[in-house]
Design a protein around this ligand. Structure first.
Ligand code: UD1
Length: 362
C-alpha cells in the first residue's frame, strides 16, 4: 500500500486539508505530522475536533519563533521521522513556514513533494507566504493548483506541464461539507447579532500588523465602528502587535478570541459583508456569497475579484474608508451580490487520485 506523509501546523492547513485527509486514510498508509507552529487551542486543537480529524502520529512541537528558527526546527525535527517512516510522497498545503519546512526536508531526501494550493501568487515578494509558495512550488513533484490563474502562474515560471494538475480548492470542499452543520452554531445569539446586520472583520497578515500600517488600519476601523456593528475575532499575532504598538480599539468593536470553524462559517454566511486579509476567509465568503472587501493591495484569489464578488480596498486609512464608503453603501453591496463567485466542488477527490497516480508512476 502506498505511504503518504502529510505535514500540517497552522489553522488554514488543518481546515484546507480536512476534506483530503480522510480520503488518504482510506486509500493509503497515511502518516500525519503536526509541526506545532500553531499550538493554542483556539487556532489548533478546536479544528481537529470540529473537523473530526485523526490525531497526528508525530508532533514536532516547534512553537513560535523567528522565521529562520521556526523553519530550521521543522527541518531538524522532521528529518528523522522521514528517515524512519520512508513515505512514498510528502503532502504539504499552502504557504506557511510548516509548508516550506516540510517540503524542503522531503525534497532534500529525494522524497516526492505534493503541493496542495500550488501556483497561488500575490506578486508581493515581501510577504513571507509568497516566498514560501514560490520555493515550495519549485521543489515539488506534483503541483495541485486551485484554478486556471494558479496554473498559468506555474507555467509562466517554467514548471513542467506534466507536474501540474488543476483540481479546484479544498477550502471550497470544506465549506460545502460543513455549511449545514454550521447552521447549528449559536454564535449570532451569543454576540446578540441579527442576520445581515453586521460586518465580520479579520486581520493578521504580517504586512498589516507592522507599525507603519497597523495604526492607520486601527483608526479606519474605529471610525467604521461608529456606523457599523463589527465583529472582530482577534488573531494571536494581531493581539500581540496591538499591545506592542500601544494601539486601542474602539469599545464599539465586538471583539472576541479566535473562533472555531463552524462559528466562523455561520458568521460569514450571515454577515452584510466580510472585511479580511485572510486567504481562507476570502474563499469562504465566495462560497457563502457574502460581499467581500479585502484589506490588502493584492490577492492570491484573483478569481473572486474578477468575478465581481470581491474588491481590494487596500490597507491605508484613507483607502479603507473610501472603499468602505463605496462598497458598503446599498448600491455597492448590491453590485457585489449580483456577481457571485464561481464554486467548483471536488478538489479533495481529484487531489487524492492525482497523489496515488504520482506514486504509481514512480
Ligand atoms: C501563520 C502563517 C500564515 C497563516 C496564519 C494563519 C507563516 C509564515 N504564516 O501566520 O500564512 O495565514 O498562520 O493563522 O507561516 N501564536 C499564538 N498561538 C499559536 C500560534 C501563534 O499565540 O498557536 C502567536 C505567537 O505570538 C506568534 C504569532 O502568533 O509569534 C505569530 O504566529 P506564526 O505562526 O508565526 O504566524 P501566523 O501569524 O499565525
Amino acid at each position: 500500500m502506498p505511504k503518504v506523509l502529510t505535514i500540517l501546523g497552522t489553522r488554514p492547513e488543518i481546515i484546507k486539508l480536512s476534506p483530503l485527509i480522510p480520503l488518504l486514510v482510506e486509500r493509503c498508509n497515511h502518516v500525519l505530522v503536526h509541526s506545532g507552529q500553531h499550538y493554542s487551542y483556539d487556532v489548533d486543537a478546536i479544528f481537529f475536533q470540529e473537523l473530526n480529524l485523526p490525531a497526528p502520529h508525530h508532533a514536532l512541537g516547534v512553537g513560535s519563533a523567528s522565521h529562520g528558527e521556526q523553519t530550521a526546527r521543522i527541518l531538524a525535527r522532521l528529518e528523522p521521522i522521514l528517515f524512519s517512516e520512508q513515505p512514498d510522497a510528502v503532502l504539504v498545503q499552502g504557504d506557511t513556514n510548516t509548508t516550506l519546512g516540510g517540503a524542503l526536508c522531503a525534497s532534500k531526501l529525494g522524497i516526492p513533494v505534493v503541493h496542495l494550493e500550488a501556483g497561488g501568487r500575490s506578486f508581493n515578494r515581501a510577504m513571507p507566504e509568497e516566498q514560501n509558495r514560490i520555493i515550495v512550488d519549485h521543489i515539488s513533484a506534483l503541483l495541485l493548483a486551485a484554478d486556471a490563474i494558479a496554473t498559468t502562474n506555474l507555467r509562466n515560471e517554467g514548471l513542467p506541464e506534466a507536474s501540474i494538475a488543476t483540481i479546484g480548492s479544498t477550502a471550497i470542499d470544506a465549506v460545502l461539507r460543513n455549511r449545514e452543520h454550521a447552521q447549528n452554531s449559536t454564535i449570532l445569539e451569543q454576540f446578540e447579532l441579527r442576520e445581515q446586520d453586521y460586518l465580520l472583520l479579520t486581520l493578521h497578515r504580517a504586512e498589516n500588523t507592522i507599525p507603519s500600517v497597523l495604526p492607520g488600519m486601527v483608526e479606519a476601523l474605529n471610525e467604521l465602528a461608529e456606523a457599523y456593528t463589527i465583529v472582530f475575532p482577534v488573531h494571536p499575532r494581531t493581539d500581540a502587535a496591538l499591545k506592542q504598538q500601544g494601539l486601542t480599539l474602539s469599545p464599539k468593536l465586538c471583539l472576541s478570541k479566535p473562533l472555531g470553524y463552524l462559528d466562523t462559517l455561520r458568521l460569514i454566511g450571515s454577515a452584510t459583508a466580510v472585511l479580511t486579509d485572510s486567504g481562507g476567509l476570502q474563499e469562504e465568503a465566495g462560497v457563502l456569497q457574502t460581499p467581500l472587501l479585502i484589506t490588502r493591495n493584492e490577492t492570491e484569489w484573483r478569481y473572486l475579484v474578477d468575478a465581481g464578488s470581491a474588491v481590494l480596498i487596500g490597507n491605508r486609512k484613507a483607502d479603507m474608508l473610501a472603499g468602505a464608503a463605496t462598497w458598503l453603501a446599498p448600491a455597492g453591496l448590491a453590485q457585489l451580490r449580483a456577481h457571485p463567485a464561481p464554486v467548483q466542488a471536488g478538489a479533495a477527490e481529484q487531489a487524492a487520485e492525482a497523489i496515488l497516480k504520482l506514486i504509481a508512476r514512480a
